[in-house]
Design a protein around this ligand. Structure first.
Ligand SMILES: *Cc1c(COP(=O)(O)O)cnc(C)c1O
Length: 206
């Protein structure tokens, strides 16, 4: 929350609108509840928050989400949107209504799946001599690149040696350098296969 307070102060000082991309707020584990930007004092004056059904309800690519927060900004967004595009395909809208009305009943089940995969991948990477972070939220595992090499070089080597594709952290900006990312959106068997292959090349690569 301390960070969001700083964002509010920044927006007030420079008269800018904060647009919080909160796509992962419902994918969290062990009782952790990711905060909304709008919980911060004064956030409603300076900001809006976006949520997408993509991750929460496995509706990636269906193009359904919502925006809440500052009334003037939400109205302005609505005005622009209704003039530049039209509604999402109606069947998808009905699916969205169904998803939102069941809410956590659906998303909790998905979180349980991701939590189990998190255990699987964290344990597997550790057994390869790596030191992954155990995330409190999102379906990604971040792990420091072993051997002090660049994340891109590491990902390329791992891909050519094992056929496993991990995302180089630098793709997300400078602060991501030194890390790679694994996604938990594949079935358990596929993840097990990837871990096995990483294990097989680990002695050669680091
Ligand atoms: C998936 C994702 C979104 C939502 O994207 P959609 O276009 O709604 O599928 C937004 N932000 C981040 C960081 C994401 O990973």
């Amino acid at each position: 929350m301390a960070f969001f307070d700083k964002v509010v102060a920044f927006c007030r000082r420079y008269d800018v609108l904060a647009c919080h991309d909160a796509a992962y707020t419902e994918i969290a584990f062990d009782g952790y509840r990711p905060p909304s930007f709008l919980e911060a004092e004064g956030a409603m004056e300076v900001g809006i928050e976006f949520h997408s059904l993509s991750k929460t309800f496995n509706m990636t690519g269906w193009r359904v989400g919502f925006c809440v927060g500052n009334e003037e900004a939400v109205n302005a967004l609505g005005k622009v949107k209704t003039n530049i595009d039209s509604g999402v395909f109606q069947a998808v809208q009905y699916a969205g209504i169904e998803a939102l009305s069941r809410g956590e009943k659906i998303s909790r089940k998905l979180c349980d799946i991701y939590r189990d995969r998190r255990e699987l991948v964290v344990k597997g990477l550790k057994s390869c001599g790596l030191e992954p972070y155990e995330p409190k939220a999102t379906f990604y595992i971040w792990c420091p690149v072993p051997g002090g090499i660049e994340s891109k070089v590491f990902s390329q080597r791992l891909l050519s040696e094992s056929g496993v594709l991990v995302t180089p952290g630098v793709g997300f900006g400078e602060s991501g350098e030194g890390y790679f990312r694994i996604s938990l959106t594949q079935p358990d068997d596929r993840l097990k296969e990837a871990l096995l292959r990483i294990q097989q090349v680990s002695e050669n690569l680091w």
